[in-house]
Each structure stands twice: as structure tokens, then as C-alpha cells.
Write a protein that binds this ligand. Structure first.
Ligand SMILES: [Fe+2]
Length: 340
């Protein structure tokens, strides 16, 4: 293990910070900074050490000597950490925007990363601070810390679920208890239907899909906040009419195709509508396939044909990629998947 990390880990063992270990919080904060500023090593290091002396809000005494820290991360990073740690009513002081141009920028960045790592735990006031810091970074420094990169995008993955995971997931779908749900096609109400089974966070974990979701998060290089998860059961000839999953930006839909076997003649494809186009995309229903798309994109599940010899099962996960949306939902049932 790198000396910088080991030094922090040795001094924070068994210390808890919110819903995670203190070390994990320090580590995450530096990773967030690294994503935006891969070449600013002093900032990345300051993120990792930002609370090593304790802070105004988080009392912690590691008996850490400043000179030892300087030897590891250098004077510039250490001095920034020391200044940050000793700010009384820190967030208020930072928001007063009264420090030197560059110091002010560094404080905003560390505070932004620090709050982003705790986004699910923030209270309403802290949430406002978080949004304000992001605005200031853009207006004063032209730094865009936006995390919503996925407007109008569609991703198709065929390599994220193992065969064993798919077998388990398929069994999980078969054993679930469904409710009947009509959707929205007035012309064919008897066919625009499906059966759904909403899952709790624990049940989603039991379905065994979280390792695959983690792989996708790593691919997207962006933390996702999962806020709604359910299994869909489509019997023969059923479909779901053209619709969108979310009306506001910064949301992704993840659809996992849960059948173990499927023939092309059985239908059940996912049709993705291209805005302002007469030609659209049709994604084949391939066992184990995972489709991820911006929830604002219109889509439809095409009908199962009379040839279909199995019902169609999918697991749908709705997620935010823009952390500002976390404010809009019940955070107690949310699952955060950080990119690693
Ligand atoms: Fe949908």
C-alpha cells in the first residue's frame, strides 16, 4: 500500500464517520478530487488528509505531527489541510468568499468533495451549501463540477453478468410475488400490461445484481444513486407502450434482461426512440444483457410474439447520476454505488 494511504489508515483505524469508516471518507474525498483534477496532486493529497487533524465539525485527535505530514504530502498540501482543519464554522467562512483567489478555490474544491461523499446523509441546509459551492466554482473559476454527463446516451453491456449470476437472477424472478399493473395504451389496455414486484434495498442485494451494477458504475466512471428497483414480468403478447421514465435530467434507467434463454422470434425487444428522427433503435432481448439509458429518452417494450415459449423478465433500476437529484427522493431507501 502506498505510504500516503498507509499513514492515514494507521491513524484512523476503528474510527467511524457517518455511515462509513473515517478512512473510507478520506479516501473517497481524494478520489472525487482526482476525477476532476487528475494533475493537481497537492489537491488530491489535501483531500486524503483533509480531516487528519480533526475539524470544527468532526473532532478527532490522531496526535499527528505536522512535520510528519509535510514529509509525506509536501508543504503546500499540508498547509492547506491545516488551514481547512482549523476554520471555525468552516462552511460559513468558506461561503463568505473572503480568502485569497487560489486559497478560496482550493477550499471550495475540498468542501465540495467532502460534501459530495456524504450526499445521502446531508441535511437540507448542508445540501444548499453543496449546491452553492458548485455554483461558485463555476461562476468565479469557470470550473464545472457537473456530474450529469449522460444526456441522450444509451449503453448496451453483454459482459457484466456471469452465467451463475444470471441463473440465480432468473430463479429470483420466477420466485418473486408480482402485482398486476396496467400502463398507458388506451387502444390495447389488455396487452399494455405487465406484472411488477418492487424490491427493497435488501432484496435488490439478494437478487445478486449489485456486482454487475458496480462494474457499470466503474465503466461510466460516475457514482450512481439507485432510488427505485423492481422486477417486471411480461406474459405472452404483452408489451409496454411508448413512455419516458423520468421527466427531469440527471436520471438513468438500468434494465437487466433476466431470462436464461431467448429466441429472436419471441419478440420483447426494447425500442429506443431517437428524438427528431424517423429511424429508431431496437435493442434485442439477449439473456444477461444490461441496457443503460438516460431516463428522459422515450422507449417501448415490443410485444412478445405468439411464438414465445417463455415469459419475459427484466429487472429495472432507476438511478440518479446527478447528485443534486438526491434531494428529490426519500434518501433512506437509496443505495449509493460509488465508482472505484
Ligand atoms: Fe420504462
Amino acid at each position: 500500500m502506498n505510504k500516503k494511504f498507509k499513514f492515514v489508515l494507521d491513524r484512523t483505524t476503528n474510527v467511524q464517520h457517518g455511515n462509513k469508516t473515517f478512512y473510507k471518507h478520506l479516501y473517497n474525498t481524494s478520489k472525487i478530487i482526482q476525477q476532476y483534477f487528475p494533475n493537481e496532486q497537492y489537491l488530491i493529497d489535501a483531500g486524503l488528509y483533509h480531516a487528519i487533524y480533526g475539524t470544527y465539525y468532526f473532532k478527532f485527535d490522531s496526535n499527528t505531527n505536522r512535520e510528519d505530514v509535510k514529509k509525506i504530502i509536501g508543504d503546500r498540501a499540508e498547509e492547506l489541510v491545516y488551514f481547512y482543519s482549523n476554520l471555525e464554522n468552516r462552511i460559513d467562512q468558506i461561503l463568505e468568499h473572503k480568502f485569497d483567489f487560489n486559497l478560496q478555490k482550493d477550499l471550495y474544491i475540498i468542501e465540495y468533495a467532502n460534501l459530495l461523499d456524504q450526499i445521502i446523509e446531508l441535511n437540507a441546509e448542508q445540501f444548499e451549501y453543496f449546491k452553492e459551492i458548485k455554483k461558485r466554482l463555476y461562476s468565479h473559476y469557470n470550473i464545472n463540477m457537473s456530474t450529469n454527463f449522460y444526456k441522450d446516451q444509451l449503453f448496451v453491456y453483454d459482459d457484466k453478468l456471469t452465467r451463475a449470476e444470471l441463473n440465480h437472477l432468473h430463479r429470483y424472478c420466477i420466485q418473486s410475488k408480482y402485482k398486476f399493473e396496467h400502463t398507458s395504451d388506451p387502444l390495447f389496455p389488455s396487452r399494455d400490461l405487465r406484472f411488477t414486484c418492487h424490491l427493497s434495498a435488501r432484496e435488490l442485494e439478494e437478487s445478486g445484481v449489485l456486482p454487475s451494477v458496480q462494474k457499470i458504475v466503474n465503466n461510466l466512471n460516475q457514482t450512481l444513486y439507485l432510488y427505485d428497483f423492481y422486477i417486471n414480468h411480461y406474459p405472452q403478447t404483452s408489451y409496454v407502450n411508448r413512455h419516458i421514465d423520468a421527466a427531469f435530467p440527471g436520471c438513468l434507467t438500468i434494465i437487466i434482461f433476466c431470462n436464461k434463454y431467448w429466441d429472436e422470434t419471441w419478440g420483447g425487444e426494447l425500442k429506443i426512440y431517437e428524438e427528431n428522427s424517423t429511424v429508431h433503435k431496437v435493442v434485442d432481448f439477449i439473456p444477461g444483457r444490461i441496457v443503460v439509458f438516460d431516463s428522459q429518452i422515450e422507449h417501448k417494450v415490443l410485444p412478445l410474439t405468439p411464438f414465445a415459449q417463455a415469459d419475459r423478465f427484466t429487472l429495472a433500476i432507476k438511478a440518479f447520476n446527478d447528485p443534486e437529484n438526491v434531494d428529490k427522493m426519500d434518501r433512506s431507501s437509496m443505495i449509493e454505488i460509488k465508482c472505484m
